[in-house]
Design a binder for this molecule. Structure first.
Ligand SMILES: NC(=O)c1ccc[n+]([C@@H]2O[C@H](COP(=O)([O-])OP(=O)(O)OC[C@H]3O[C@@H](n4cnc5c(N)ncnc54)[C@H](O)[C@@H]3O)[C@@H](O)[C@H]2O)c1
Length: 377
């Protein structure tokens, strides 16, 4: 088994996440490794084969492979079969380009025109960054979009431009509101970030105990899930991912997780003019457009001091956090986003691990559009 460590079992977050992930990785089935550049080539080819223009295919491929590189393989290249099914069923327009309207000097509205969420969010964050460069802050509200996968890639887009950011989206019903029985709100991730000295701060979290993508991944891989992630259709805790998908996700922190998912809907759905209040369609449902909304803000960190001073202050915070006295049994404390940065460094060397069933599903998509299979090593 190669490249153990964080590359699998990303969701095992206890006192020693690296060791737990390694232990879990060792129990899991053998992995096939794919270089990031090859994964990008493959995704671009399949997307173009499905009618996505070249430059747009490159953006989507970069975002999906970024998730796999960071160990967030619930939201990476394995989403291709379900995304392509949505294209085949006419639920997502592969040729759509986002349309941007500058509403005020600091506010843009992006109509995703039912194209990939990656493109609409990318255009929105680019506009927010441009406003922030001049005015200190920029905001983009995005409507008629689709699933944009791992929110951290949008945060990274801002970090790459030396910007802080808030990155919100809504999503399809998965979570009951506090006290409710049926799913109504999405497990919509809340993400934000700031440039640092050596590494940025990147928080990217679903308001559920675990992201629903982790349940899809466990189902794909024939694995069980922890009992506190979801309830089955009868409201019982379950370790069976299929039963969990037929039931509801559990919010983190009870009413607080439920309130955060409502917050994502207010800022992303209500404000943008997109679907909200339980009316977004999920990325695995090819029956109709998703109508997802996003809310993106870029903030210039060097408004009150130089960028160097800001980075220095971030580094002080980082050192204080990771240098904190450790609780019993804890070997190392991580900054938000750090585990994913470690995974990325590792995967850039080893390649990205997939199981055979995942590679087979990807190659099935390649066959459908007559492009080369993904090269594993
Ligand atoms: N687009 C969508 O509709 C959608 C919906 C749900 C989730 N997602 C994505 O799913 C992914 C996974 O979400 P999640 O909530 O399961 O993430 P997670 O629980 O794996 O991580 C959440 C955050 O906590 C930090 N973290 C985790 N363990 C840590 C530790 N031991 N020490 C310090 N920090 C730690 C991580 O760096 C991350 O910022 C995210 O990328 C999210 O954007 C997307």
């Amino acid at each position: 088994m190669r490249g153990g460590g964080l590359v699998t079992g990303h969701h095992l977050r206890t006192h020693n996440p690296e060791q737990e992930a390694t232990a879990m990785a060792e129990q899991q089935e053998e992995k096939l490794y794919v270089d990031a550049a090859e994964a990008r080539r493959f995704v671009e080819a399949v997307l173009q084969g499905n009618g996505v223009p070249e430059s747009n295919a490159a953006i989507v491929a970069r975002c999906l492979v970024a998730a796999d590189l960071r160990g967030v393989d619930t939201h990476g290249v394995n989403r291709i079969p379900s995304y392509m099914e949505r294209i085949r069923q006419g639920a997502l327009d592969p040729k759509a380009n986002p349309e941007l309207k500058q509403i005020t000097p600091v506010v843009a509205h992006v109509d995703g025109h039912n194209g990939f969420g990656f493109l609409a969010a990318h255009a929105g964050m680019a506009a927010a960054i441009e406003s922030a460069r001049v005015y200190g802050i920029g905001m983009a509200s995005v409507s008629h979009s689709n699933h944009y996968g791992m929110a951290a890639w949008v945060v990274q887009q801002a970090v790459d431009a030396d910007m802080m950011s808030l990155v919100f989206t809504n999503s399809s019903p998965a979570l009951p509101v506090w006290g409710g029985k049926d799913k109504l709100m999405g497990v919509s991730p809340i993400a934000c970030g700031a440039p640092g000295k050596d590494a940025p701060f990147i928080l990217d979290m679903a308001p559920s105990v675990a992201a629903r993508g982790k349940i899809y991944k466990a189902k794909r891989r024939g694995e069980k899930i922890p009992l506190d992630w979801a309830l089955d259709a009868e409201g019982r805790p379950t370790d069976d991912p299929a039963a969990a998908l037929g039931g509801v996700m559990l919010p983190m922190g009870g009413p607080k997780g439920s309130a955060l998912s409502i917050m994502m809907d207010v800022f992303s759905g209500v404000l943008s003019g997109s679907a909200y209040a339980g009316h977004v369609t999920g990325p695995y449902d090819p029956s109709k457009p998703a109508d997802v909304g996003h809310f993106l803000v870029a903030i210039k960190p060097d408004l009150f001091m130089s960028l160097d001073e800001f980075r220095g202050r971030m580094d002080y915070l980082y050192q204080r956090v990771v240098g904190s006295d450790k609780a019993a049994g804890v070997e190392r404390i991580y900054f938000p986003g750090e585990l994913e940065q470690i995974a990325q460094r590792e995967r850039e060397k080893t390649g990205i691990p997939y199981v055979k069933a995942e590679v087979d599903a990807l190659n099935e998509e390649a066959r459908k559009v007559s492009v080369d299979s993904i090269a594993t090593k």
